[in-house]
Every structure is written in structure tokens, then in C-alpha cells.
Ligand binder design. Structure first.
Ligand code: ADP
Ligand code: MG
Length: 490
């Protein structure tokens, strides 16, 4: 299992670690993922292990490296971390040479990096989190290691079903993706996911790939961008080996092509895509496609390709809702282990509505800022840090908008802003809206009164006074009003 140049003590430790891990994860997963590993040596407290393919590297990092590190730290107090290499990239084993490849720390967002040939995880206390030990049910054989796996793009370890927050706008796409991942019989074929940028298409595709590989590592999954597909095809054309190109796809169980809108218009690539596609579907293989538009709306796409794409399951991801954005922020803050006050979360979910990527970016910025300056996250600091982002969403506020936002915030109907109802539950929000109308617009008191169901200007004046008073007395009310003001004003 290990090369002769490695110290026997290290080999013995490796055997001990593997034996424990084998008990924890079961024989099948052990055979698939851990048996093919080779220990290459130890340098400065760092164990280096090689695996045959990049895919296995990604997998081992995503699932086993934390636990490997923990077990190894138990077996020997000299060991601080474990690094996983792809054999071919590692080159000649030379245990005494320093590690030249860059290291990816798993504590930072665990990105599967194309350029990086080594990955590292610290075994220092505190760094070991979420050692995900999943049992792989099937698969008594090691995964197929062939050309198919090598042409697949690396998968982002964060893009799993576990990390995907489901809401109204994406529940159908999510359910369809999960079904495709769980059912090997290609019932919904092709699965076509579409939606605007940053709404989770790539995330879902990676999640499908992770899940399939987890349930049955013997199934070959290729995930690639349409651009890469095109690039490879064009290169094959130029080098006159389109036969090899086709061969790469022939034995694939699941083919996923991301962002096919980039294929539109390129005639020969479309043709090739169409043939590959048809051949795979005819053999009952699963295809998953994503695009920014529905099949029918894809411009420059051949009719027969469109209709073929349309005949599977088409699922769209809609613009996010407030609840989904809030859910994503909560999940992400928890994963990042940062304390973000509820009001700030609400503010972000209200303000950053464009897409999830921007929302995540905003949260990252806020968290980074707070950790750098060493101060808590507050509404104020967030406004400061994100002023450019928020400015971009800025407009002039109208009384109608104020009424709508305030009504939504207090869970009353917008029509109650104009109604004669005087119950506290509607009167108070109405007063807040009047107050904000006075603060945020240049309307006069009588004008504001008219917009609130023809009320007198003295009513508005009273509302302004009342809200000021309450703000003084009740800090939580003051915060509510402040939140609304910031939301409306930006
Ligand atoms: P798309 O491919 O549709 O442009 P991505 O899949 O790349 O979008 O998503 C953009 C970012 O938003 C990613 O970091 C992804 O993890 C995150 N994201 C999108 N939707 C969700 C969701 N429902 N739950 C958690 N994260 C999400
Ligand atoms: Mg994408």
C-alpha cells in the first residue's frame, strides 16, 4: 500500500488510521475511497497522501480528510495535518523535498481549486469541524477511473443538497434535482434547469453529482460548462480526433452541461451536442442541462434541439423571496460561525434582492469587516460597509412604497393604511407610515393626510409626535422604525 521510501513507523500509523476509518465508514466506502490512497511521507508534521485522480482527491477532501487528520493526531502527536495529492501531479515521491504546491485550508470556504494540486487540513484543535462520515451503501468496486472522470470539472464541496436552502422559488427545481440524483433510471430525461444568474443552477448540478457519487461511486458523472464542451469539441475538430471526443462521453452514466446558452449559435458544436445528447438519451443515460432561459426562449438554438430539450422535465428557478433570502443568510452565517443580529439579517434580506451570489457576497464582506476591525456587526456598520451595494438599489421613496413596506412589516393589509379602522394593531403601523412619510418625502402634512384615506393634517402631526415619543420610550420600537427607515431609504 505504501511506497518503500516511507518510514515504517508512518506506514504502521497509516494502517492503524485506516483500520479505524474502515470500521467507521464500512467496507464498501473503504474499498472505493480509502484503499487507493498511498502514503508518501511526512514533512514537518504534515502527512502527504496521494490518490489516483482529481475526483478522488475532491471526494476524500470533502468526506474523509478531517477524520483522517483526527485519527492520525491520535496515533501520533507529531502529526499536525494531512494533505491529499493527485498522484500524477505529485510526480516522483521524494519525502524529504519541501512541498511546493499551494495548500488549500479547509477552514476557509472549501473551494475545489483547479490550479491547486495539494490540499491540506489542519488537525489543530478547533479546526476539525463537521467530519462528515457518510456510509456509501453500494459499490464494492473502486470507482471507474477513466477519461470520463478526468474531463469532468471539479466540484465545489460547498454545493451540496445539505447546503441548499429550499423556498417557494426553488422548491420544484430542488425536488426535481433530488429525484434525478436518487433514481438511477433516468425517469426525467433530460432535466432542464433554468433561471437567472446566481439563483442556484450550478449549485443544484453539483449537488446532483455529489449525491450520485455518494450513493454509487461506480456511476460515472461528467459535469462541465457548455463553454468547456465547446472548447474541447473545437479542439478535437482541429486535431481531427472527434472520435476520441465522442468516446469520452460514450460510457458516461450522467452528463451535466452547465449554461448551455453559450452553445447557441455555434452550429457545429450544436450539431455535436445534439448527437451526443441523442445517443445518451437513447441509451437511457441521464442528462442534466442548465441555461439562463427556458428551452423555447434560447436564441440561436436549433428547433430540433429545443424540442428535444423541452421533452424532459423543465424546472425553473424563480427570483428569490424575502423568506428564502433570510433563510440562506441564516444558514450561511451559521456555517461561517459569525454572529449577525436578526435586524441586520432582515435588513440584508430586504435590501439585497438581486440574487443569492450577491447576498452571499454582502454577508462575506460584512463578516470580514467585523473580524478585521474587531467590532460587532450592527445596522450602522453594515450600511457603511455595503454603501456602494445599497446605493445601487437606491431610488426616491414614495408614500405608496412606505405604506406597502410598513404594512408588510407589521403584517397588516396595505388597504388598512387608508381605512377608517382604529384598532391599535392597524393604527400604530399607520402612524409609523405617516411618520416615515414625513421623514423621507418632501410632502406637506395635508398632502400626507390625503394619502392616508383623506385624514386631517392634525392627525399626521399627532402621529409624528406619537412615534417620536414611543421611540424614546421603547428601544425595540425605535429599532423597528429605524430598520424600516433604512430599508426604504437605503
Ligand atoms: P447560478 O449557477 O444559477 O448562476 P449558483 O448555483 O452559482 O447560481 O449560485 C450562486 C451562489 O449562491 C452559490 O454560492 C450558491 O451556493 C448560492 N446559492 C444559490 N441558491 C442557494 C440556495 N437555495 N441555498 C443556498 N445557497 C444558494
Ligand atoms: Mg452557474
Amino acid at each position: 500500500m505504501s511506497s518503500v521510501s516511507v518510514d515504517t513507523q508512518v506506514v504502521e500509523q497509516f494502517d492503524t488510521v485506516l483500520a479505524s476509518l474502515r470500521d467507521e465508514i464500512g467496507e464498501a466506502a473503504f474499498q472505493s475511497w480509502l484503499k487507493p490512497m498511498t502514503v508518501r511521507g511526512v514533512t514537518e508534521g504534515s502527512v502527504r497522501i496521494s490518490v489516483p485522480t482529481r475526483f478522488m482527491k475532491d471526494w476524500v477532501i470533502a468526506h474523509y480528510v478531517d477524520r483522517l487528520g483526527e485519527l492520525w493526531a491520535k496515533a501520533s502527536s507529531d502529526i499536525r495535518d494531512v494533505e491529499i495529492f493527485v498522484q500524477a501531479e505529485y510526480g516522483q515521491p521524494n519525502p524529504s523535498s519541501p512541498i511546493t504546491a499551494a495548500a488549500v485550508k479547509m477552514e476557509s470556504p472549501a473551494f475545489v481549486d483547479n490550479q491547486t494540486s495539494a490540499a491540506q487540513v489542519s488537525t489543530m484543535p478547533g479546526a476539525i469541524k463537521n467530519a462528515t462520515m457518510k456510509r456509501s451503501p453500494l459499490a464494492s468496486a473502486p470507482p471507474v477511473i477513466g477519461s470520463a472522470l478526468e474531463i469532468s470539472a471539479p466540484l465545489d464541496t460547498r454545493f451540496t443538497f445539505d447546503n441548499f436552502v429550499v423556498g417557494k422559488s426553488n422548491e420544484f427545481a430542488h425536488a426535481a434535482s433530488l429525484r434525478v440524483a436518487e433514481q438511477p433510471n433516468a425517469q426525467f430525461n433530460p432535466l432542464f434547469l433554468y433561471g437567472g444568474v446566481g439563483l442556484g443552477k450550478t449549485h443544484l448540478m453539483h449537488a446532483i453529482a455529489w449525491k450520485i457519487r455518494e450513493e454509487d461511486p461506480s456511476r460515472t458523472v461528467i459535469y462541465m460548462s457548455a463553454e468547456k464542451f465547446m472548447y474541447r469539441f473545437i479542439r478535437a475538430l482541429r486535431e481531427q480526433n472527434t472520435v476520441d471526443f465522442k468516446d469520452q462521453f460514450r460510457n458516461v452514466d450522467v452528463l451535466m452541461i452547465d449554461d448551455v446558452q453559450f452553445i447557441s449559435g455555434k452550429d457545429s458544436t450544436q450539431e455535436e451536442f445534439f448527437h451526443t445528447f441523442n445517443a445518451l438519451v437513447d441509451q437511457g443515460r441521464q442528462i442534466v442541462i442548465s441555461a439562463d432561459k427556458s428551452p423555447s426562449d434560447l436564441e440561436g438554438m436549433e428547433e430540433r434541439l429545443k424540442s428535444r430539450l423541452n421533452c424532459g422535465l423543465v424546472a425553473d428557478l424563480h427570483a428569490t423571496t424575502y423568506e428564502l433570502r433570510l433563510g440562506i443568510l441564516l444558514a450561511k452565517a451559521e456555517r461561517m460561525n459569525v454572529e449577525v443580529p436578526g435586524k441586520v439579517m432582515e435588513f440584508l434580506a430586504h435590501k439585497i434582492t438581486s440574487n443569492v451570489r450577491e447576498l452571499e457576497g454582502a454577508l462575506n464582506r460584512v463578516a470580514a469587516h467585523s473580524s478585521l476591525v474587531g467590532r460587532d456587526i450592527t445596522l450602522e456598520s453594515v450600511q457603511d460597509v455595503l454603501h456602494d451595494l445599497i446605493r445601487a438599489h437606491d431610488r426616491r421613496v414614495t408614500i405608496e412604497e412606505i405604506q406597502k413596506k410598513v404594512a408588510a412589516h407589521f403584517n397588516i393589509r396595505t388597504s388598512d393604511m387608508h381605512s377608517a379602522r382604529r384598532a391599535r394593531s392597524v393604527a400604530r403601523p399607520r402612524q409609523v407610515a405617516m411618520y416615515l412619510a414625513k421623514q423621507l418625502t418632501s410632502r406637506s402634512l395635508p398632502e400626507i393626510g390625503r394619502k392616508f384615506g383623506g385624514r386631517d393634517h392634525t392627525t399626521v402631526m399627532h402621529a409624528v409626535k406619537k412615534v417620536d415619543e414611543l421611540r424614546e420610550r421603547d428601544p425595540s420600537f425605535a429599532e423597528d422604525v429605524e430598520l424600516l427607515r433604512r430599508m426604504l431609504e437605503g
